[in-house]
Write a protein that binds this ligand. Structure first.
Ligand code: PMT
Length: 421
């Protein structure tokens, strides 16, 4: 642990701290002090407009090196490349809409953006701006582009903004930025690439089965568990397709296919399952759908409609029946009673290799929560994962799937059809 109480990745890390021109620039002084206290070597870079909000002398006094502001410095001919190459981490706090746009577009108009383009270090962007700007599609699109390229983005806080307005757009406090910086460094240092070369197909969210033009039948799945599995797999090096009924950010090695109904999900999965090494069905697929959804909105004045239901395709069972050797199928079971018994029954009846049971009647487990607790069943074993974040559950499910894959292929994982070493 470092003196600031964090896991210590910041200790002796070279951190380029970019400060852009927004009112939150004054908070860069506290952030610099906290980074230095955590053991980081801090090189501040101010944009021209940042200097209107905070004095360079203040940051120079607090940081490990004097502030830099210009691409053209007589003492240092190419400061952006030397900074970019030296950095273990680049933080931009606050990041304004202009700097975010320039970074996304690759416009190296000042020292800060040139450094961002010249570095291979992880980058943490901390946007801070007025709510209207934060919610503007241009800013959202630029941030989506940066995320897709692997940039870490710390969402702003909601609170009081310049001019007395209240809303999302506030720069988070220094402690949260330090936490995110530790996480970015940890991810860069410890990234496991044990799924590299594998293809994963993951489903997430509850399907929506139309009743009429405006109503549907669905369930309480938020898609968090499926999204966590997809994100963890992509970070571990897999090529991932996430078929999802809820919005999800694509990312490096992560393709998102949006669907709504069980039928659409079945079609999207069928088109991609053949080439997948591991399929994880974390989605809560409706078991029944209205047989004849109305094309128009049903009117209240016409009385209570009688809705006849019919079964949906069972996607997992279909995959189980068509499963080829060397492919691993993972199902989930959302249960409220005998979780392990039902999960074991589904493991067999659906032809899955693993079945992950969760008791969705328990507090902080299953639908909607950020946490989950599961039993991962294979044909021969049962592993209990106690209450943990959905990300940790995701890692445990992926670990179990990888073990199954290795067992099925008789060696370390590789692409389907490739000889195993
Ligand atoms: O999305 P969250 O809010 O994060 O919540 C996570 C979760 C509770 C949805 C997740 O952990 C979970 O349990 N997902 C499976 C939910 C479910 O539909 O369980 P089931 O027991 O009804 O189905 C068993 C398996 O068959 C599941 O893998 C399901 O995807 C699959 N299935 C079910 C019906 C159907 N028509 N086709 C299927 O493929």
């Amino acid at each position: 642990m470092d003196p600031a109480g964090g896991p210590g990745h910041l200790r002796s890390a070279t951190v380029v701290l970019g400060v852009a021109g927004g009112i939150a620039a004054y908070k860069a002084a506290e952030l610099t002090r906290r980074l230095v206290e955590a053991g980081a070597h801090v090189c501040p870079v101010l944009t021209e407009s940042a200097e209107r909000f905070i004095g360079a002398a203040t940051l120079s006094a607090l940081a490990s090196e004097p502030v830099r502001t210009s691409l053209f410095d007589e003492r240092e001919p190419i400061p952006h490349t030397s900074l970019g190459q030296r950095a273990d981490l680049v933080i931009v706090a606050p990041a304004t809409a202009r700097v975010i746009a320039a970074y996304a577009a690759g416009l190296s108009s000042d020292l800060l953006v040139a450094t961002l383009l010249a570095t291979r270090a992880p980058v943490l962007v901390c946007p801070a701006m007025h709510t209207e700007m934060w919610e503007h599609p241009a800013v959202r699109d630029n941030l989506a582009t940066l995320r897709r390229r692997g940039v870490h983005v710390l969402e702003p806080d909601t609170g009081r903004l310049a001019g007395g307005d209240v809303g999302p757009g506030r720069l988070p406090d220094a402690a949260r930025i330090l936490e995110a910086a530790e996480a970015a460094l940890a991810a860069a240092a410890g990234r496991r690439q044990d799924l590299a070369g594998l293809r994963l197909l993951v489903t997430a969210g509850g399907t929506r089965e139309p009743v009429d033009a405006v109503r549907y039948l669905s369930n309480r799945s938020s898609g968090k568990q499926g999204r966590a599995i997809a994100a963890a797999a992509a970070e571990r090096g897999a090529e991932v397709v996430l078929v999802s009924t809820v919005p999800a950010e694509p990312g490096p090695r992560l393709e998102v296919v949006p669907v709504e109904t069980a039928e659409e999900m079945a079609a999207a999965v069928a088109a991609r399952a053949e080439s997948a090494d591991i399929v994880v069905m974390a989605a809560a697929v409706a078991d029944f759908r209205p047989k004849a959804p109305a094309a128009v909105k049903l009117k209240k004045r016409d009385g209570v409609p009688e809705i006849v239901l019919e079964p949906t395709p069972d996607i997992l069972a279909g995959l189980g029946a068509a499963k080829r050797a060397g492919q691993v199928l993972v199902g989930f079971a959302a249960e409220t009673g005998d979780v392990v018994g039902e999960a074991r029954r589904k493991l067999q009846s659906k032809g899955a290799d693993l079945l992950v049971g969760n008791d969705v009647s328990a507090h902080e487990v299953g639908f909607g929560w950020d946490t989950n607790a599961v039993t991962i069943l294979s044909r021969t074993a049962a592993v209990e994962v106690p209450l943990s974040s959905k990300r940790e559950i995701a890692e445990a499910v992926l670990d179990a799937a990888l073990l199954e894959l290795r067992a099925a292929r008789g060696g370390p994982p590789g692409r389907q059809g490739e000889p195993q070493t």
